[in-house]
Write a protein that binds this ligand. Structure first.
Ligand code: PLP
Length: 399
């Protein structure tokens, strides 16, 4: 670090060099991200609330009310009148909180995972093979065993496989509404029934799908139920910083009952609140305020329009790729297209695209080029992208 202060102008100039090395969503070439440019209003509000600390809510009662309203509004579109939860840093933290709640409850109600018992029973969580890696982190942090259930031929979790993997030590099962790699919605209704039959906590990871499925359903899209309308669902993760158009970081955990927060609460001696259930202590209020603002600004109609536009582009891209001789892994359910070419190894194709400044990502199961049709990707970008694929094919002498 420098000894003496450097003047503002010089710092900003230096910073712009770094910023110029970053990519911009607005260029329309980031094809493999679940995030997108935040709305300008949300960014403005975010900066306004940079001093607010939800870790000490008695000092920031206004911001705390905004957080409560965000949770209430999200709960409403997830079919829950009286939701409990928090605005967090993202899906990772939300999933961690859900699994922690399930683990703590099992400690109390089932004597699983209690550290003061002579014999420590390792609690188990059954997740789909398609689960986000954040659940691996949660299992590691919470000292749980993660058990992977198989997928069916449509890449949805096989409910029989989940059932077979449930045992006396299972503290939670997880279903996904919009998988990270393919955007597939698991059969949550069947998982809900399974959870009720076995008296097990069901967490739904809708980090990606939570801000689109309800609104696409409004428009008549034929998508399955995944929310609190299913009695077995105890908690849902939703990421406003993905399809919710909120600035990073914003992810929400929504619980059906207050007891899930209470079971995690620890005393917070020197603060204005008596106890804390969140993992993070000093906690920025800006994400709650910015998420509140963008939700007000978009409204249900705005989110429906956004999700629909993304789906129109998704369907266009999927059809065009098939016409160009590519193979679609599965008919898209949400705004993700995963594809391969029978004659081009997927990693090679990804590399060639990157050399031409198209930032795609590669899915692991199955291996494929994965395009997430977020709102920053426009029809004209897709036309250019398809042209690039044609060039790559002809350079390889593929028709
Ligand atoms: C993105 C994602 C996560 C992780 O969310 P972060 O905001 O990156 O922490 C978890 N689950 C699913 C299904 C996701 O798509």
């Amino acid at each position: 670090m420098n000894q003496k202060s450097i003047e503002k102008e010089k710092i900003l100039e230096e910073l712009s060099k770094f910023k110029n090395q970053d990519l911009n969503y607005s260029d329309g070439r980031i094809l493999g991200s679940m995030c997108t440019c935040a709305d300008p209003l949300a960014k403005e509000v975010f900066c306004d609330f940079l001093d607010s600390n939800l870790g000490d809510p008695g000092l920031f009662e206004g911001t705390q009310t905004l957080e409560e309203e965000v949770i209430k509004d999200i709960g409403r579109f997830l079919s829950l009148e009286k939701p409990y939860g928090n605005v967090l840093t993202g899906g990772t933290e939300a999933n961690l909180m859900a699994i922690r709640a399930a683990r703590n409850l099992a400690r109390k109600e089932k004597n699983i995972g209690n550290i003061d018992f002579d014999e420590y029973i390792v609690p188990e969580v059954v997740v789909p093979k398609s689960a986000h890696f954040s659940l691996e982190k949660a299992a590691d942090i919470l000292n749980l065993k993660l058990v992977e259930a198989d997928l069916d031929e449509n890449y949805r979790v096989d409910v029989n496989s989940v059932k077979e993997n449930i045992n006396d030590n299972t503290v939670a099962i997880v279903g996904i509404a919009g998988t990270t790699e393919l955007g597939i919605i698991d059969p949550i209704e069947d998982l809900s029934n399974l959870a009720i039959e076995n008296n097990i906590y069901l967490h739904v990871d809708a980090a990606f799908g939570g801000f689109s499925i309800p609104f696409l359903k409004d428009l008549g899209y034929d998508l399955p139920s995944f929310d609190f309308s299913l009695d077995g669902v105890s908690s849902i993760t939703v990421d406003p910083h993905k399809m919710g158009l909120a600035p990073i970081p914003s992810g929400c955990i929504i619980f059906r009952e207050k007891k899930y927060l209470d079971i995690m609460a620890v005393e917070a001696p020197y603060l204005t609140s008596k106890e804390q259930s969140t993992i993070v202590g000093t906690r920025l209020g800006a994400p709650a305020a910015a998420t509140w603002a963008i939700m007000q600004h978009m409204g249900r109609d705005g989110y429906a329009k956004n999700a629909n536009e993304c789906m129109v582009n998704t369907e266009f891209l999927a059809d065009a790729l098939i016409k160009e001789g590519f193979e679609i892994i599965i008919e898209p359910e949400l705004n993700i297209v995963a594809f391969t070419h029978p004659e081009i190894p997927t990693d090679d194709l990804a590399k060639m695209l990157e050399e031409k400044a198209w930032m795609v990502s590669v899915s692991s199961y199955p291996k494929a080029i994965r395009i997430i049709l977020m709102q920053h990707i426009k029809y004209t970008n897709l036309i250019d992208f398809l042209e690039c694929l044609r060039e790559i094919k002809s350079s390889l002498n593929i028709r």
